[in-house]
Design a protein around this ligand. Structure first.
Ligand SMILES: *Cc1c(COP(=O)(O)O)cnc(C)c1O
Length: 447
């Protein structure tokens, strides 16, 4: 509606100046709008019947769509669905596969938020989980039951930098029609494209490397568009049965895109973790420099890891880019452009040494985040891994003296100089061995 000067104050404050100027912006505009106008009744009816065009931002938005197309292309997938956080991406992907009474096989080396989601939240929906070691292929195969609807793992994990043999685990799932879902947050599509190796669904926390600037949260789900109703339809009746109103099934309507369309049309908009178009814009801007950042971050991380490994204060460095890492060869096979920039370092001085380091870095920021342009540090035992038992933590490579680094794009000499000054301070730290041992034994340590 175009309101004229003869309308009242309250009408004009809402309507005047609301028309959209015809223009061709070079940057993707931020369509920060709840919804979109319809030109006539047929257009609105067609939108509700078929999803054509744009109606309401929860079901589609041009800024969001632009980022989705970019990410689907970079992953080599069929389509991407942008959501409000990485946690939402994992949740939506799994809700698209799992029913009450179903089962999922999961690597035990996964992000704590995902582990909690399965153990506390999906368990309440009657979903059972079996954890296996990432590289124990026999265990993956043995854990699959007739109720198993998904295999889940991270491509490169926190804290021990385990590498997933994507092709091998995907093949084990395929024998039974079970899709492999991978969280590829640590590798990004620049380092690894899991769909090319047989993964069915890739999820990311876009809050990390994809956005890169550490300003927004976001998540993405990329589907491979290879759903095979003949091989997997019996596992996913919601994709092959006629719908609630007697209409065609997702498989009949969308063929091999059925699973992705179900996530887009049913799961994401109904459970509702819609991304803000503003956040989508910032993620899209971040992705434009993804290759440059990840290349630099990987090179910096390798230099920092090598330097740390040579230091007397350091007991071990778990970085897959180092030949000393047990998955180094597997990493070379999958990560041909670099090994990422998140890894752990365990200090000989235990908890007190770790406390000293996180408190004395100046350039490196002490916070819980990763994949940022800035270098970051965190103490996993007392934060990300505090809900685990000592034995579980040790299996994950988390000890009292372990710190996690996420290396940024700064000049590498400055990062090393900052860590050096922090480590040098350790010499003057009078470690009370008994106290340190006592602290090391505690299940949960609060800094
Ligand atoms: C951060 C992270 C998540 C969760 O993402 P949010 O955007 O914080 O919700 C999931 N998986 C991995 C591997 C992560 O690092």
């Amino acid at each position: 509606m175009s309101a004229q000067e003869d309308t009242g104050f309250s009408t004009r404050q809402v309507h005047v100046g609301a028309s959209v100027a015809p223009a061709s912006p070079r940057a993707t505009p931020i369509y920060l709008t709840a919804g979109f106008t319809f030109s006539d009744l047929d257009e609105s009816a067609a939108h509700f019947a078929t999803g054509s065009g744009f109606g309401y931002t929860r079901t589609g938005n041009p800024t969001v769509q632009a980022v989705e197309e970019r990410l689907a292309s970079l992953e080599g997938g069929d389509q991407a669905i942008l959501v409000s956080s990485g946690q939402a991406a994992v949740t939506v992907a799994l809700l698209g596969l799992l029913d009450a009474g179903d089962h999922i096989v999961v690597s035990e080396h996964i992000y704590e938020g995902t582990r909690g989601l399965l153990l506390d939240n999906f368990s309440r929906l009657g979903v059972e989980v079996t954890f296996v070691d990432t590289d124990d292929l026999a265990a993956w195969r043995a854990a699959i039951t007739p109720r198993t609807k998904a295999l889940f793992a991270e491509t490169l994990s926190n804290a021990r930098n385990d590498v997933l043999d994507v092709a091998a685990v995907a093949a084990i799932g395929s024998e039974r029609g079970v899709p492999l879902v991978v969280d590829s947050t640590f590798t990004t599509p620049y380092l690894l494209r899991p769909i090319e190796h047989g993964a069915a669904i890739v999820v990311h926390s876009a809050s990390k490397f994809l956005a890169g600037q550490g300003a927004v949260l976001g998540g993405v789900i990329v589907d491979d568009g290879r759903f095979d109703a003949a091989a997997s339809g019996h596992l996913f009746p919601h994709l092959v049965q006629i719908d609630r109103l007697g209409g065609a099934s997702y498989a009949e309507k969308h063929g091999r895109r059925a699973r992705g369309q179900y996530l887009r049309e049913s799961v994401a908009p109904r459970f509702g973790p819609s991304p803000s178009p503003l956040n989508a814009f910032l993620i899209g801007q971040g992705v434009e420099t993804l290759s440059l950042r990840v290349e630099r971050q990987s090179a910096n991380a390798l230099a920092v890891a090598r330097w740390l490994e040579s230091r007397p204060e350091v007991e071990r460095v778990d970085y897959v880019g180092l030949p000393s890492h047990p998955h180094h060869e597997l990493g070379r096979r999958y990560l041909t452009r670099g090994s990422g920039s998140v890894f752990t370092v365990t200090l000989r001085g235990g908890l007190e040494a770790a406390r000293h380091l996180v408190q004395s870095v100046r350039l490196v920021t002490h916070m819980t985040h990763l994949g940022d342009v800035r270098s970051l540090v965190l103490h996993p035992q007392s934060t990300s891994h505090s809900a685990r038992t000592v034995a579980e933590r040790e299996r994950a490579g988390v000890f009292p003296g372990t710190i996690r680094l996420s290396i940024g794009i700064e000049d590498v000499d400055d990062i090393i100089a900052d860590l050096a000054q922090a480590l040098e301070g350790l010499a003057s730290l009078a470690l009370d061995d008994e106290l340190a041992d006592a602290l090391d034994e505690r299940e949960v340590v609060v800094l």
